[in-house]
Write a protein that binds this ligand. Structure first.
Ligand code: SF4
Ligand code: SF4
Length: 83
């Protein structure tokens, strides 16, 4: 299981600062930051700690289990960013 970021993300990077394993990208200093519609969790690196969820002001981060059906595409979308 990994956490998933959805399209209400405003790219303020509060989750990036909270994540202990640096698995949320792109970051401001990375070339694809401006073009990215939202940030993405790398499912291979996420340790499911949950630290990103309470710091997100837009409630854009879900566990895979809690991801609403109408947002299911974002699980694929997050993983695809790293493939
Ligand atoms: S904390 Fe929420 S709004 Fe901010 S970058 Fe992370 S997912 Fe996006
Ligand atoms: S659950 Fe933990 S490891 Fe996974 S993205 Fe959030 S802060 Fe990072």
């Amino acid at each position: 299981m990994a956490y998933v970021i959805t399209d209400t993300c405003t790219k303020d990077e509060l989750c990036v600062e909270a994540c202990p394993v640096d698995c949320i990208h792109p970051k401001k200093d990375e070339p694809d930051f401006e073009a990215a519609p939202h940030l993405y969790v790398n499912p291979d690196d996420c340790i499911d700690c949950g630290a990103c969820v309470p710091v997100c002001p837009t409630n854009s981060i879900y566990t895979l289990d809690d991801l609403p059906a109408d947002l299911a595409r974002f699980a694929v979308d997050n993983a695809a960013h790293y493939n």
